[in-house]
Design a protein around this ligand. Structure first.
Ligand SMILES: Cc1cc2nc3c(=O)[nH]c(=O)nc-3n(C[C@H](O)[C@H](O)[C@H](O)COP(=O)(O)OP(=O)(O)OC[C@H]3O[C@@H](n4cnc5c(N)ncnc54)[C@H](O)[C@@H]3O)c2cc1C
Length: 369
């Protein structure tokens, strides 16, 4: 999306075909200035740096509880704002996953939580640039490709200005078009535009839940039943094409700090259930963020951490059924999943019916796939 933001002539639009995003240039508006080409991280690679520091950890309880994992992101955001800086990150608003920037602590809660969908950074890069040009410090948190984009935005700036930008990227599996989520919810009778909040996991329990304007809380499937949106996400079925060739799914990182889940942790189950963040630092600026964050930091078994998170070694591999999923999507999201994974789909559907008929009891966690 960097090209869309950079184009002064508004000549670029993104075509979302569910399975791929493509930038389309309106040649009638284009003046061939080359700005889109220069800012694009695919055309101009951003240097990647190996981590110099590995830890796992978690935020103080009041912060950790609101976060998806150990709350490393939320802790770094809070400390940064306390120090007078701004935070730019992703939030859910009016049915969309967009970015915003703030220096108000009470607004940070809107950023907390993993949104397992491709977020839309259009507009945020210019807002970040404006702040750092005015001498403000900004912490940008996003997917690795989004961090690469903001880095390209700032690469021609004098070092004393770009120094004001601090970057945090998430270890990323890949992400589906938000149109898939809208479709999956609509087929369950939920209008995404009417939701005040949407959650994709509760710590190690992965599953969709939402709250509408009247604060009514609803899980998409009963507890213990794997919802098919989460299934498709965790099995890498529905990402856009570029994610399977992601240049950032590697140990070399694009940011000052990288965070993810510490899946290979040796901490007791009680601690793991509350969420543990994996934290990698690539630069001194990253070290500064971590040291100030108030996170409890513990040693981590680096080999185990890498083993447990394939995104640190290679991009997700598309399952053989991905093509059939997209071919069937015009018949509906659930139809498409049922064609690719009939056993999983019908087993979960049966479980859901038995729970509704009170023949079996719900509960327990659907597994992380
Ligand atoms: C699409 C996606 C795929 C992921 N895949 C993996 C993985 O394979 N392995 C792994 O270890 N971790 C993965 N993560 C990261 C993990 O889910 C947590 O988001 C991360 O560990 C931060 O947890 P936390 O408790 O520190 O964050 P919190 O304190 O809950 O804050 C979450 C932060 O992430 C940002 N964020 C959330 N969703 C998005 C989004 N869609 N786009 C941009 N920014 C977003 C928020 O704005 C916020 O700053 C993924 C996250 C996403 C969004």
């Amino acid at each position: 999306m960097a090209c869309v933001g950079k184009c002064k002539k508004e000549a670029i639009s993104i075509q979302d075909s569910f399975s791929a995003y493509n930038a389309v240039i309106d040649e009638g508006k284009c003046v061939s200035c080359g700005a889109c080409e220069r800012v694009c991280p695919n055309n101009h690679k951003v240097p990647l740096n190996k981590p110099i520091y590995w830890k796992e950890g978690w935020a103080p309880d009041d912060v950790r509880i609101k976060a998806s994992s150990g709350g490393a992101a939320s802790a770094m955001m809070e400390c940064f704002v306390d120090d007078g800086g701004y935070v730019a990150a992703c939030l859910f608003r009016n049915g969309e996953f967009i970015f915003d920037i703030t220096n108000k602590k009470d607004e940070l809660i809107r950023f907390a939580g993993s949104k397992y969908v491709k977020s839309n950074p259009v507009g945020i890069y210019d807002k970040v640039i404006e702040k750092i040009k005015n001498g403000k410090k900004v912490q940008f948190i996003g997917l690795p490709c989004q961090v690469a984009a903001i880095k390209n935005y700032t690469k021609m700036m004098p070092a004393n200005i770009s120094e004001n930008l601090y970057t945090v990227d998430l270890i990323c599996h890949g992400s589906p078009s938000p149109k898939i989520l809208t479709l999956a919810l609509r087929e369950k009778g939920v209008d995404i535009k009417q939701l005040r909040e949407i959650r994709f996991r509760n710590k190690t329990n992965f599953g969709l839940s939402s709250q509408n304007e009247n604060d009514e809380y609803k899980t998409i499937t009963p507890n213990g039943v794997q919802d098919m949106y989460t299934y498709a996400f965790l099995t890498s079925l529905d990402y856009t094409e570029n994610c399977y060739f992601c240049q950032y799914a590697t140990l070399g990182r694009v940011s000052d700090v990288t965070i993810g889940d510490s899946w290979g942790s040796n901490q007791p189950n009680s601690e793991q259930g509350k969420g543990i963040s994996l934290i990698l630092c690539q630069t001194n600026k990253g070290m500064e963020l971590i040291k100030k964050s108030g996170l409890r930091l513990e040693e981590v078994d680096v080999e185990k951490a890498i083993e447990a998170n394939h995104q640190l070694r290679h991009p997700s591999i598309p399952p053989k059924t991905r093509e059939s999923f997209f071919e069937n999507l015009d018949k509906g999201f659930y139809k498409a999943v049922s064609k690719c994974a009939p056993k999983v789909y019908y087993k979960q559907k049966l479980k859901e019916s038995l729970i509704k008929l009170k023949i079996i009891r719900g509960g327990g966690k659907p597994n992380r796939v």
